[in-house]
Design a binder for this molecule. Sequence first.
Ligand SMILES: *Cc1c(COP(=O)(O)O)cnc(C)c1O
Length: 465
Amino acid sequence: MLSPPPRWRALPSLDRLLRQPAFAALADEFGRASLLETLRNLLAEYRAALVPGAPVPDEGTLAEAARERLQARMRPSLRPVFNLTGTVLHTNLGRALYPEAAIAAATAAMARPVNLEYDLGEGRRGERDVHVEAWLVRLTGAEAALVVNNNAAAVYLALNALAAGREVVVSRGELIEIGGSFRIPDIMASAGCTLREVGTTNRTHPRDYEGAIGERTAAVMKVHASNYAIQGFTCAVPPRELAALAHARGVPLVEDLGCGTLVDLEAYGVAHEPTAAEAVAAGADLVTFSGDKLLGGPQCGIVVGRREWIDRLRNHPMKRALRLDKVRLAALEAVLRLYADPQRLPQALPTLRLLTRTRDEIRMQAERLLAALPASLLQGADAAAADCASQVGSGALPVESLPSAALRLVPRAGGSLNALADSLRALPVPVLGRLHDNALLLDLRCLEPVREAEFLAQLAQVPAP
Ligand SMILES: *Cc1c(COP(=O)(O)O)cnc(C)c1O
């Protein structure tokens, strides 16, 4: 066997390293197994890179390198950020924030056994959706309700349970794509239904539906155009008329509401978005919507409607695969309970609290923060308070904007906008704004006053240029 070249031998052995106090401390902090793996990799890399005459790393250098790697590995991948993009329900940033009551309920469900599928009155097996069904029925006026993983799952389950192997009639103006992979024609195909398109992009009439409903029709579907608006020479069949038309031909109306708010947002000064109760009252047999959009709860898909159809979904084999876990059920129940007191909703529900903040309030916050910006940040960028417009996001009220205010950062001579945005994104709690008009806008709508100190502490860590 060849003996290792002399410089390799100069590298310390693992055994010797592990006896040094610096490495013992690392083993203590990160665990012996992770430290061993990291050191093996490091030593292998040094061996591969060592060239005659190059210095052999000393133990201090090795310990430092190992610490950096272990820290990087152990840093959580999913972490809090500051959402200053101006989009309140940002799908990429996790949409709605849980209210305190939901956090408490979810935490309790995580840590302790719960009566998830256990009827405490009868002392026997129960149903997991009962914890939210009574609330959903009360809040929407529907006969029955169930919940699944998200709204995409709700639509899939409804279509598959009602219409597999048959036709579903949909207006051409409603063949939506929601960012990513949710597209009505694709969901329809994967649920085993045949899409029967009627009307045109901008206009669909009752006679279009009537002409398409026949023997093979299992349902008529209405999809809320949540992330776009068709304006100008347009015409759609109102939900009430569409329901009557479908029922006259003996088929159910399924409505995908998307955002599906449970309260009239107009009462809180936000634009009107169709409520689940309105869809039910108009005659839809099944209504599906998301739990983590305007409703302001955990990710889930809610289906409300006629008992006959809800039961069919409940007994479908896919329901089991799409069901909610105890943590989200606990959170959802707590959120729905908040709706019992609509007056206090804007304080209790973070989503509504953020949506109803006024420009005056946010502008004052901008001025306050402007005066407190750290010098290191101001060495690299000019800052000003500026008016801007936020949006609801997640396909809710796509053409409405919410008057808001921002910190407007412009890099000083020599600096680039992208470098500035990069440095804010690289902070321990990343700060995410949006680029607009040659500036980085930090829209303060979603910066609640309780987080201001933490926000400023992050900005103080932006390296001066
Ligand atoms: C958002 C949305 C969906 C998808 O809902 P998820 O909860 O994200 O699965 C489906 N349909 C419409 C109309 C939507 O707005």
